[in-house]
Design a protein around this ligand. Structure first.
Ligand code: SF4
Ligand code: SF4
Length: 450
């Protein structure tokens, strides 16, 4: 391990991961599990042992399980919350091996596992040593901070456990960043969850003192897993849990030999999830098209003039919802602040201010909408009437509210519209429409026209 006083200078030609490992040096001591006893194992068993006894037999493919190491960098744990709320597929179904085409996941999560301390780190140690009993993927939530600078200053930013890697075998905190650097070379896949891990996110915003960066930036643009897979990125702050669970399931189908490598875009995002903008599936999109805009939160119209960036943001929350296909920003009244994007947050601040570029499109929408809205209202009034009512020139009342008959001008307009609408209708004939002859209704029409 390099002496902090004789450190090497920082170089541009190494990836940050290579630089960190060079700074820290190799490791060769590990915990003595015989001497630990049950300390840190209140259940007297490891999580993997408990769950493996509950899994379903009859799985297809060569892999019985795949280990998933979950690390947290500069994170709020929102990604963990999002993933545990996923339903398609649910985390618990993957932990229990309930999907025959994918291997069971042996999850190592600092919050969810029942073992703690050194026992919790046992599988990660075996992975570093290349002695793990199954392939593994590494998942990072939160951004990677500059642990080289912290190490040189005598501290660390974010650690996960202790290992006897200090001078003379002393225990020292091991940063999540160090675990990532040591595990990445032998991983089957490296997966970044949430915008902090995928692009740096809030911890990397202007003014931060941590040097926070994304997993992709940390491992370098040429990183490939042992299976040749670049870093997989599932952004969002927090991400949609189902986006992540579905992506993991798709990667596992690939590892099991039951599916192709899922399609990822040039930024490593699942292409089928991030190919569309928020705006294209927004529940308020028609208001934008008709040039009607909210003036304050709580209004039902399009939110662009009070700060929505949806037209230029890649995110599927408007079609998928947040949890179990329910909720999501615009569905719940919130404007898009671009939380899935590599430019978040610096390129979207100040939040809740109109994006300057929207002025041209909203002006055009207002102009077109001022013409389209009355015409649609005109047709809407007509379509809210049965054909029978038109022919009888009368409509029933409902809930004691009289529905007025269309004006003469509207009547002419609708007849003209009907002629245009049916101009190419090859099914037309001159016979009466069955059941809609011009008889008076039972009890008499309130205003018979025929
Ligand atoms: S609220 Fe945002 S995403 Fe929805 S229509 Fe308006 S601008 Fe588009
Ligand atoms: S709609 Fe915008 S703010 Fe909401 S989750 Fe998607 S990117 Fe984030």
């Amino acid at each position: 391990m390099a002496d902090r006083q004789t450190r090497t200078p920082r170089q541009q030609d190494r990836t940050p991961a290579e630089e960190l490992l060079e700074e820290l040096g190799p490791v060769d001591r590990y915990h003595d599990y015989e001497s630990l006893g049950d300390f840190g194992m209140p259940a007297r068993a490891m999580t993997d042992d408990l769950l493996s006894g509950m899994t379903r037999p009859g799985r297809f493919g060569p892999l019985e399980k795949v280990h998933a190491f979950w690390f947290a960098g500069a994170s709020c744990d929102g990604c963990s919350v999002a993933v545990t709320g996923g339903t398609t597929p649910s985390l618990e179904s993957m932990l229990l091996g309930a999907h025959p085409g994918i291997p069971r996941i042996a999850l190592h999560h600092p919050v969810l596992n029942v073992e703690s301390g050194a026992h919790y780190l046992r599988a990660a140690e075996q992975a570093v040593l290349g002695e793990l009993d199954a392939p593994y993927v590494v998942i990072l939530e939160g951004s990677i901070m500059d642990e080289v600078a912290a190490w040189r200053a005598g501290g660390y930013w974010s650690a996960q456990g202790e290992e006897p890697w200090g001078p003379d075998g002393e225990l020292r905190p091991v940063s999540a960043t160090e675990w990532i650097a040591r595990l990445a070379p032998k991983a089957a896949a490296m997966i970044a969850i949430g915008t902090c891990a995928t692009w740096g996110g809030v911890p990397a915003a202007e003014g931060n003192p941590t040097g926070a960066m994304s997993l992709m930036d940390f491992l370098g643009k040429d990183y490939r897993s042992v299976l040749g897979v670049p870093v997989v990125n599932v952004p969002g702050c927090p991400p949609i849990g189902d986006n992540f669970n579905e992506t993991v399931a798709a990667v596992l189908y690939f590892l099991q030999g039951f599916g192709p490598l899922p399609e990822f875009d040039e930024l490593g995002r699942p292409a089928w999830l991030f190919g569309e903008t928020v705006h294209r599936r927004c529940v308020r999109g028609a208001y934008y098209e008709e040039g009607v805009f909210a003036e304050e939160f709580g209004d039902p119209e399009c939110l662009v003039e009070i700060g929505c960036w949806g037209p230029v943001v890649n995110c599927n929350i408007t079609s998928r919802g947040m949890i179990n296909h329910v909720g999501g920003c615009m569905n719940a009244g919130g404007a898009c602040i671009g939380c899935t994007m590599p430019g978040f947050p610096d390129k979207f601040t100040p939040f809740y201010k109109r994006p300057p570029g929207s002025l041209a499109s909203t002006t055009a929408s207002r102009m077109v909408g001022s013409l389209i809205r009355p015409l649609r209202k005109f047709s809407n009034n007509n379509l809210n009437r049965e054909v029978r009512w038109d022919r009888q020139g009368a409509s029933p009342s409902a809930f004691s509210r009289e529905k007025s008959e269309p004006s003469a001008l509207a009547d002419v307009g609708h007849r003209f519209y009907d002629k245009v609408r049916r101009a190419n209708d090859t099914g037309r004939n001159d016979a009466d429409v069955w059941g809609k002859r011009d008889e008076a209704p039972a009890g008499g029409s309130p205003n018979p026209r025929v």
